[in-house]
Design a binder for this molecule. Structure first.
Ligand SMILES: *Cc1c(COP(=O)(O)O)cnc(C)c1O
Length: 290
């Protein structure tokens, strides 16, 4: 926000992390235009196009690629094309999608794409991972009051010198990420890893459907890294979460406005197919005992 935007940004919101993106913009003194469809609906490229036509002074678009709170993935390719058509910057929160599904950063013209160690890479938390386009870098060069710690130019300078980073980084996480990436390469590269995500995700979805449960987001927009599942009638999502916890399975509660109505099952990090089957068996028993 502070490296690239002077006054106004458009934030696409379909859940809590999109909301947070807007909060960050506001906290940095920017004027924010919001595009927020009904919960469970993806951002539509046509709506974004219309919003950008109506707000020509917007400098950048902020998008949460995979909205973890709702278990929904946005159509990044179409949305990026809309943004490019209007010649705006695009910032992508890919925290729960980078590593779990393909993101062609350069082809799509994404200016800032960021993630972290603890989601799809399956490494402990503490490391931010990101890419910055040349256009964003050039804007940063002339930005004022951008602070120091996240000044792109400061980080670029150290990287160019070959020394790495201007501050001491989370070294164990860098070593962990290196190991995780090597493991992916050894097993056949990113296609293998993306397929693994798909397989685990669909195994979970097919499993819950057998118990009469269904996912929250619009069909076709379900996330490949986390399933957000509607709690059975008359039961709170938190109750399912607690019962599963008692049996030794750490799922996730619903998030934000969906806290009571849903619970979530992520498939990020190191998970064996056998673990998924055991978890589904246990969930099936709990659901049928309600
Ligand atoms: C987990 C997550 C975040 C927040 O990451 P923290 O490191 O917990 O702050 C942001 N955006 C998305 C989409 C996430 O899934």
């Amino acid at each position: 926000m502070r490296n690239c935007v002077r006054k106004k940004i458009l934030c696409c919101i379909n859940g809590s992390f999109g909301e947070r993106f807007a909060e960050v913009a506001e906290a940095n003194g920017l004027s924010v235009v919001k595009l927020a469809p009904a919960l469970g609906e993806p951002i539509a490229a046509l709506d974004l196009d219309e919003m950008l036509s109506k707000n020509p002074d917007v400098e950048a678009v902020a998008l949460t690629h995979n909205e973890t709170s709702v278990g929904l993935i946005n159509p990044l390719k179409e949305l990026a094309a809309s943004v490019r058509k209007h010649d705006k910057l695009i910032f992508v929160d890919a925290v729960s999608s980078m590593g779990g599904t393909e993101i062609n950063v350069d082809e799509l013209g994404i200016d800032v794409c960021f993630s972290s160690s603890q989601k799809c890479f399956g490494v402990p938390p503490g490391l931010g991972i990101g890419s910055v386009s040349e256009k964003a870098m050039n804007l940063s060069a002339t930005a004022s009051n951008k602070g120091w710690y996240f000044d792109f130019k400061v980080w670029e300078e150290d990287q160019k010198k070959g020394h790495g980073t201007p501050v001491t980084p989370a070294i164990p996480q860098i070593a962990g990420l290196n190991t995780a990436l090597k493991m992916i390469e050894r097993n056949g590269g990113k296609k293998w890893y993306f397929d693994l995500y798909k397989e685990r995700n669909q195994r979970i979805r097919r499993g819950i459907e057998k118990y009469g449960l269904s996912t929250f987001p619009r069909k076709g927009s379900e996330s490949p890294t986390v399933n957000c599942i509607k709690a059975p009638d008359g039961v709170e999502g938190g109750a399912i979460y607690e019962m599963m916890r008692e049996k030794g399975f750490e799922l996730a509660e619903g998030y934000g406005p969906l806290k009571k109505k849903t619970f979530r099952i992520g498939n990020m990090g190191y998970i064996e197919m056998g673990d998924i089957d055991l978890m589904l068996d246990t969930l099936g028993k709990i659901v049928s005992s309600l």
